[in-house]
Write a protein that binds this ligand. Structure first.
Ligand code: FES
Length: 252
């Protein structure tokens, strides 16, 4: 069921990346980090397709939550123009999030590009449970980086950029190779190529990945988000079975 929520603020925080904070009582239903919302990109007849956006931070006390999104098409361009006081039509929360209860002592959180945002609420919840967090965040370039200070306030934070303009030159896997702090679990969200590399690099560590799949309905009805599995069923729907899966549960 969709809800009307009120925009609190909407600011550009990096190259084509926006931070949108909204207010509404469905915030109290947002319990698990890694869940997402489906936003209607316009109130009129145009751009009626919804856009899936992950939840970055939840504040249940003041009933607000924050999403970070990349402006990359007509729909997200329209969302980027929303102003404080505007209404937006939201279906939320959707999907299955990260299991925070699986972490024992130290968790490695690895994000790539627009896969970084859901790790922020995850890190906050892990820290609240007394789990130490290590963050490795990968971007193309310094101009694409965001939330570095926010992650630094929660634990060890390392940045990689493909062009070397910030942090370590290379990929998240380059940073992980050099990590000295041991960890007992990893959580990750980002492009499939990154998740695949991580799965190989961290083959002996328990891990959970969040898939950024193209979506249609967001509620399990259209099969636009199907991913293959090795089991008898043969597939999962990312929108309702995921977007978070245990490492190895889906073929990536
Ligand atoms: Fe329609 Fe997943 S987006 S089934």
């Amino acid at each position: 069921m969709s809800h009307l929520m009120t925009v609190v603020s909407n600011n550009q925080i990096a190259d084509a990346i926006y931070e949108l904070k909204v207010y509404g009582d469905i915030t109290k239903n947002m319990k698990k980090p890694g869940q997402f919302v489906h936003i209607k990109a316009g109130m009129g007849t145009e751009h009626m397709l919804r856009r899936p956006i992950s939840i970055c931070e939840v504040n249940r006390e003041d009933e607000t939550f924050t999403m970070l999104f990349r402006k990359e098409g007509q729909g997200t361009e329209k969302i980027s123009k929303l102003k404080s006081g505007d209404s937006i039509d939201v279906i939320a929360p959707l999907g299955n999030g990260f299991p925070v209860e699986e972490a024992q002592n130290t968790a490695l959180l690895v994000g790539g590009g627009i896969g970084v945002p859901p790790l922020y609420e995850l890190s906050k919840q892990l820290n609240a449970r007394g789990i130490k967090t290590i963050h490795v965040l990968g971007f193309q370039s310094a101009k694409d980086a965001f939330y570095v200070e926010q992650f630094e306030s929660l634990g060890e934070t390392y940045i990689s950029t493909v062009d070397g303009s910030l942090g370590t030159k290379g990929f998240v896997t380059t940073v992980i190779e050099q990590l000295e702090t041991p960890f007992d679990i990893f959580y990750s969200c980002g492009p499939k190529v990154m998740l695949k590399a991580l799965k190989a690099q961290l083959s002996d560590v328990k891990g959970y990945i969040s898939l950024e799949e193209r979506m249609g309905c967001g509620i399990g009805a259209c099969y636009a988000c199907v991913c293959h599995t090795d089991d008898d069923v043969g597939y999962v729907k990312v929108c309702t079975d995921g977007p978070v899966f245990e490492k190895g549960a889906v073929i990536i």
